[in-house]
Design a binder for this molecule. Structure first.
Ligand SMILES: C[S@@+](CC[C@H](N)C(=O)[O-])C[C@H]1O[C@@H](n2cnc3c(N)ncnc32)[C@H](O)[C@@H]1O
Length: 288
């Protein structure tokens, strides 16, 4: 290990960064334009490269998240642009993508609505895997939608995706959407407002508050989405929701109160009930 590399590792270690060597490799890989696994720790760097690494290291030592420093992050099978306007995509959310893909045949022409698209990680991963599907991505934040649009271009799915800047609490939301969908998928904000201050600095200082704050008990957006889903979904359509820790059962009840039937709850890799799949009942034939 050369001395500059070991200096980086030691500084990260001293700042209580959990995987200092891996993170040092990530910084080097960004500058050397290679994968972290390809970083040769004895590589000699130019002064300009060292300065670049040092500038990023300084930000990391003040606990700015690595992906926000690098400006991108891997999610599912692609690399997504991220910045402070969007929630950093989390590995837990890949459970939603995998669950949806399991329900979507390869040649599906399904119409999918992503509520709270952020970086676009969910809908873009789905459209990249199901090349005849069509999507609509909604977010209240124009800045987040700008990031999602860049990511859509990068993944080559723009021609099958529309972006709508809207607030799902607005009274004319369904009129604005003006379509019926096979699937609604959403990872809405679900942290109770009072808990946001207790989150790690990496989260509360760098992820947008609108992406985190789920109202007093964390369920405000679920209640609204459950209310909207039966109107926006086609008969037999699916609502796929991400849940926070210990929230799955209550979310299921909220949806059942809006005439949706429970299909499945799926655990993430940590064994937490992460993804709830609800189905809109097929309308009963009118009695004559
Ligand atoms: C938890 S983030 C999820 C982002 C992305 N889908 C993901 O899984 O990484 C929630 C997103 O919902 C958006 N959002 C929050 N409240 C909203 C509302 N009332 N109407 C529309 N979008 C909203 C936020 O701007 C944020 O991008």
């Amino acid at each position: 290990m050369n001395s500059f590399f070991s200096e980086c590792v030691k500084k990260l270690q001293a700042a209580d960064i959990a995987m200092p060597r891996l993170e040092a490799r990530m910084l080097w890989s960004e500058v050397l334009k290679c994968a972290p696994a390809e970083v040769y720790e004895n590589a000699s760097l130019t002064d300009a490269q060292k300065e670049q690494i040092f500038a990023m290291l300084k930000r990391r030592l003040s606990h700015e998240p690595m992906d926000k420093i690098l400006g991108h992050r891997e999610f599912y099978k692609a690399d997504f642009k991220v910045n402070t306007d969007v929630l950093s995509p989390r590995p837990d959310t890949e459970t939603l993508v995998e669950s949806a893909l399991n329900l979507l045949p390869i040649n599906t022409q399904a119409k999918i609505l992503d509520l709270g698209t952020g970086s676009g990680c969910i809908i873009l991963s789905l459209l990249a895997e199901r090349i005849k599907a069509y999507g609509v991505a909604v977010d209240i934040s124009p800045a987040a939608l700008a990031v999602a649009e860049e990511n859509a271009e990068h993944l080559g799915v723009c021609n099958r995706l529309n972006f709508i800047c809207a607030d799902w609490f607005q009274s004319d939301f369904t009129a604005l959407i003006a379509d019926k969908f096979d699937i609604i998928i959403s990872n809405p904000p679900y942290i109770p407002s009072a808990d946001i201050e207790k989150l790690a600095d990496e989260v509360k200082n760098y992820d947008p508050r609108t992406a985190l704050d789920g109202g007093a008990d964390g369920y405000d957006s679920y209640i609204r989405i459950a209310e909207l889903a039966p109107i926006i979904l086609k008969n037999g359509g699916l609502l796929i929701l991400e849940a926070g820790y210990n929230q799955a059962e209550k979310i299921r009840q909220i949806c059942e109160n809006h005439n949706m039937s429970h299909l499945q709850t799926i655990k993430d890799l940590a064994g937490i009930n992460r993804c709830i799949i609800m189905k809109k009942a097929v309308a009963e034939p009118k009695k004559i």
